[in-house]
Design a protein around this ligand. Structure first.
Ligand code: F6P
Length: 505
């Protein structure tokens, strides 16, 4: 769906993200001796954005006829060589250009599976001990950032607004700035936490990372805490920089970067609408498919299989809960839906093994012939089924050890249309700033405390439960994805305006 009154972008928009908004799958039609170049020899299937950021940004880029530059991840194109390729999207509408950067396996191994996800990800989430120092990773990260920056420079015009997404592109802003007209605005949103200086100093090439980011005119984080720790790091690494804490600006090397905190939301209307269209029949199907007895109370966890999400900690709390509350055995079932992620990295494989074995162990300990305390699945769950789970789960547990924002907590609230679910929310997720007062707060490392909050959720008087969920829903609807996008563009317009005034004078 295209929004009718998109955010007002002050110039031509160039979005840069690691993941692409559309993925094309090319298949040969028959095997009749072609050279692979003829469009008529192949059929194309296109996956549309499934959700989250790419789905939210797509209508914006459509509306302004922009350009989107992304890694051409997994495009099963049989004749694409090692070069970028452009395609007009969405299929049939051709509203904007998607430029794919085709990366070699070696580049992906070092840029994506290396510096991005073996260094920046663990570091920004406070897992300094998981940081891996491999010799080529930073060089490849720089090379890939250069390739993206070159692509941006090719597309950029005087009035362009470049909007980079996330931690895959820490070096690109400065490189872009060096190649575009002074009036071009460069902005970035950092979707993950920013760590304290004590942690950040373990970052190889820390100074380069900060210097790269200070090439932005605008740098967004989810919450104040991350914006402030970023400024702390800048002060520590660049004593010559002028940091204005009140305005949240940094003047460094002749350039000013404004740092803002704009917490992200979800497409609340979509989750609300889709949850209303599912009924108890869908829930019954899910119960049947997973062998969940009809009358058990439902708990739910939905996460990427990532060590930052605190899944074993959640299971430890469930174990404590069943130890302390034998009456709930056979009466409460916890559904954990995990999506395997970054599985080329051994830490993620080991984490997955640990999570699965903990679920099995707890199930062996408490399970009976007709009931398992934890129903664990890594299978793909259709959006409709997910909405049914969100709608009917009595308790949702988000126990992240660190989390930029956490959109799942907000999706649950938006889809909990009957208003009688309860959210247990880690105080370490960015979403806690928005939802912490009416969710039940947990410290994910405190199994006893989390078990106690679960007991509280399950025995909470109906009026209190409803009142809490009502407030959570108001917050999630008042600060949805569209609102976040508008906030971004309000800042972009402001910064863009300040720059053109400065360039004119
Ligand atoms: O949380 C940051 C983020 O980039 C999200 O936008 C996204 O859900 C997740 O990480 C994706 O991870 P990956 O692209 O590595 O699968």
């Amino acid at each position: 769906e295209t929004r009718s009154d998109g955010p007002n972008c002050p110039g031509s928009l160039i979005v840069v993200s690691n993941r692409q908004p559309y993925r094309h799958e090319y298949e040969r039609d028959g095997d009749g001796g072609d050279d692979g170049d003829d469009e008529s020899d192949r059929s194309v299937t296109v996956d549309e954005p499934a959700g989250g950021l790419t789905a939210g940004l797509d209508p914006v880029v459509r509306e302004v006829d922009g350009t989107w530059i992304a890694w051409g991840d997994g495009d099963a194109d049989f004749d694409v060589a090692d070069e970028d390729h452009c395609v007009e999207v969405p299929p049939g509408e051709e509203a904007y250009t998607l430029r794919r950067i085709d990366l070699s396996e070696e580049a992906v191994e070092s840029y994506y599976y290396g510096f991005s996800n073996r260094v920046l990800w663990p570091l920004c989430h406070g897992f300094g001990d998981l940081v891996e120092h491999r010799s080529n990773d930073f060089d490849w990260y720089r090379t890939v950032n250069e390739r993206f920056a070159d692509a941006v420079v090719e597309h950029a015009a005087e009035d362009s607004v470049v909007w980079l997404q996330d931690y895959h592109f820490a070096l690109a802003p400065r490189l872009i700035r060096e190649g575009v007209p002074a009036s071009t605005t460069v902005a970035q949103f950092w979707h993950i936490p920013w760590p304290a200086p004590e942690t950040f100093q373990q970052c190889p090439a820390a100074g380069h990372v900060l210097e790269g980011l200070l090439g932005n005119d605008l740098l967004g984080f989810h919450v104040d805490w991350y914006a402030n720790t970023f400024l702390d790091c800048v002060e520590q690494y660049f004593p010559s920089a002028t940091v204005d804490r009140r305005e949240r600006t940094v003047r460094y090397d002749g350039h000013t970067t404004r740092v803002v905190a704009t917490p992200m939301g979800v497409d609340a209307d979509r989750y609300d609408r889709d949850a209303r269209s599912v009924g108890r029949a869908q829930l019954a199907e899910i119960r049947e498919a997973f062998g969940i007895p009809d009358d058990t109370v439902l708990g739910l966890g939905v996460d990427r299989l990532d060590y930052a999400k605190g899944i074993p900690e959640r299971f430890a709390a469930l174990e404590r809960f069943f130890e302390r509350n034998p009456d709930w055995r056979g009466e409460f079932t916890f559904v954990q839906k995990s999506t395997p992620s970054r599985t080329d990295i051994p830490t993620y494989q080991q984490y997955g093994d640990h999570v699965r074995s903990e679920a099995e162990r707890i199930n062996r300990r408490f399970g009976t012939d007709d009931w398992q305390p934890i129903v664990y699945t890594e299978d793909y769950v259709e959006h409709e089924a997910l909405c049914a789970l969100y709608r009917y789960a009595d308790v949702m547990v988000v126990s992240s050890l660190a989390d930029g924002m956490n959109l799942v907590a907000q999706e649950y609230v938006a889809a909990n249309v009957d208003g009688d679910g309860t959210l247990l929310l880690s105080d370490r997720a960015g979403a806690h700033e928005r939802l912490g007062t009416h969710a039940l707060t947990i410290d994910p490392t405190d199994a006893d405390g989390t078990a106690a909050q679960l007991e509280r959720a399950l025995s909470m008087p109906t009026h209190e439960r409803r009142q809490r969920m009502q407030t959570l829903r108001t917050r999630v609807f008042d600060h949805d994805l569209e609102g976040w996008m508008d906030a971004q563009f309000d800042w972009i317009r402001r910064v863009h305006g300040e720059k053109s005034t400065a360039t004119d004078s």
